[in-house]
Unconditional design. Structure first.
Lengths: 232, 226
């Protein structure tokens, strides 16, 4: 379980997150919704151990996130694709395999290059790839060490059809295997089609957290407005 | 120890592989070093004895400025495609990231030094081959000291708009002891004077490296994780 307990995050005097309390249960797929500046990316960066809370604590199964053993359990897709243009597709995955301590990574790399449709270009430099191919390599990078927790920040933004389909399939598969998934997004319908739970952030506070029910999926925009258009 | 060395070596190998392909740093730093050595050779009479007494200073001036070009790109290259996020999120400690980057930068700088040293000896009529062992010791120790500080500040300035200007302003004052020791020892090597009285400078380099490598390893977590 991911436990966010009384977390504040300040950038100078500005509080991006205000006393945030959130518990994400193991095996859930949570859609993290909110307007620009609501604090979604700030929260995801802290969950990915890229940034520390100014106050409060975040734990994964009771332990801090900066422990290397904990970070080995997390896979991240951030705003950038985080792949090296001057490495080949296989070298990119080999490099991250060595950082994540994936033993005998050769077969796993082959399998992921096959899954993402990049086996044919495994020895080509990433800089020669089309945007869609680079995105699929980024997806392979985030998933191939089989993380227990997947943190996806706007993962569907600017994805081509093939990459979006691949990602949605992998998220479903991760859920079936009991992985915990947190998806920050503006694309309500795509996220709600995958999510078991919904959390809405509004100006750094948790405005809603609950299960993704059928009536919520029928009119997601109405639901979303209810929590994000309240007067300041 | 394996937790530190494994990721560090992987990062160093990756950086060197990327540099071997892109050559963005090596070409610029090598050309810069050659141009400065050439310009200095017009300024001084290469056959004069006073050049030999200044040779250590001239050489390390070139190495320091060319080195900053290498160090500037060390973490800046990770900002492309937001690779730094993936690196920091991976289960490698910040100390391992620093060690890996420092190793790669040290190899690049030593390669630069090895490539420009023969040019220097030709331009300035300096003999160094009879004390090659000592020269290697000084180059390795001083380069490591300069690089470890430079790599930490490369991480610190990675998101600063004027990082090309900020980095030398931060690195040079802190590495003054390293550069002083390197200049003194290199000059003694080139002039053929005895090394024994200068051992204090070697001890200074070793002490500086131990203290600042340890300190950098302890502090870099706070630099990389805001």
């Amino acid at each position: 379980m991911i436990a966010v307990q009384g977390v504040w995050k300040f950038f100078g005097d500005f509080a991006a997150l205000r006393d945030l309390r959130l518990e994400i249960t193991r095996g859930s797929t949570t859609a993290l919704l909110g307007r620009n500046g609501a604090g979604k990316t700030t929260l995801l960066r802290m969950l990915a151990a890229l940034s520390s809370p100014s106050r409060g604590t975040i734990t994964l199964d009771g332990a801090g996130l900066r422990e290397p053993a904990q970070r080995r359990r997390i896979g991240v897709i951030g705003h950038g694709i985080s792949i090296y243009d001057d490495l080949t597709a296989a070298e990119n995955l080999e490099f991250f395999a060595s950082l994540y301590g994936v033993g005998a990574p050769g077969a796993k790399i082959d399998q992921w290059l096959e899954t993402t449709g990049l086996a044919r270009v495994r020895n080509s430099l990433a800089r020669q790839f089309s945007r869609g191919m680079r995105q699929r390599l980024a997806i392979a990078r985030a998933f191939f060490h089989e993380p227990d927790v997947l943190l996806l920040d706007e993962p569907f933004t600017a994805l081509d059809d093939r990459a979006a389909e691949l990602l949605a399939g992998l998220i479903r598969q991760a859920h079936e295997r009991g992985r915990t998934v947190l998806i920050s997004t503006h694309q309500l319908r795509e996220a709600l089609a995958l999510a078991t739970d919904v959390a809405v952030l509004d100006r750094g506070r948790l405005a809603f957290h609950g299960p993704n029910t059928a009536d919520l999926q029928t009119a997601p925009e109405d639901f979303y407005r209810r929590f994000t258009e309240a007067p300041a | 120890m394996r937790e530190l060395l494994g990721p560090a070596l992987a990062i160093a190998r990756k950086d060197l592989r990327v540099e071997r392909r892109s050559k963005e740093v090596v070409n610029a730093a090598f050309s810069f070093a050659l141009v400065v050595l050439l310009l200095f050779s017009f300024t001084f009479d290469p056959s004069g004895d006073e050049v030999r007494t200044m040779s250590g200073g001239l050489l390390w001036l070139v190495y320091a400025f060319a080195g900053v070009l290498v160090l500037n790109r060390s973490f800046a290259r990770e900002t492309q495609n937001d690779c730094l996020d993936a690196l920091v999120a991976a289960p490698a400690s910040a100390a391992a990231i620093l060690l890996g980057k420092t190793l790669a930068n040290t190899v690049l700088l030593l390669a630069l030094e090895a490539a420009t040293l023969p040019v220097f000896t030709i331009f300035y009529n300096v003999r160094w081959d009879f004390r090659l062992g000592w020269l290697l010791v000084v180059l390795v120790l001083a380069t490591w000291g300069f690089t470890v500080i430079g790599t930490v500040f490369s991480a610190l300035t990675v998101n600063v708009q004027l990082r090309e200007i900020m980095l030398p302003l931060l690195v040079f004052p802190i590495t003054i002891p390293v550069l002083m020791a390197a200049v003194q020892l290199t000059t003694v090597i080139f002039t053929g004077e005895p090394m024994e009285p200068e051992m204090v400078w070697v001890r200074l380099l070793v002490g500086f490296n131990v203290i600042f490598t340890t300190l950098a390893g302890a502090l870099v977590e706070y630099i990389l994780v805001g």
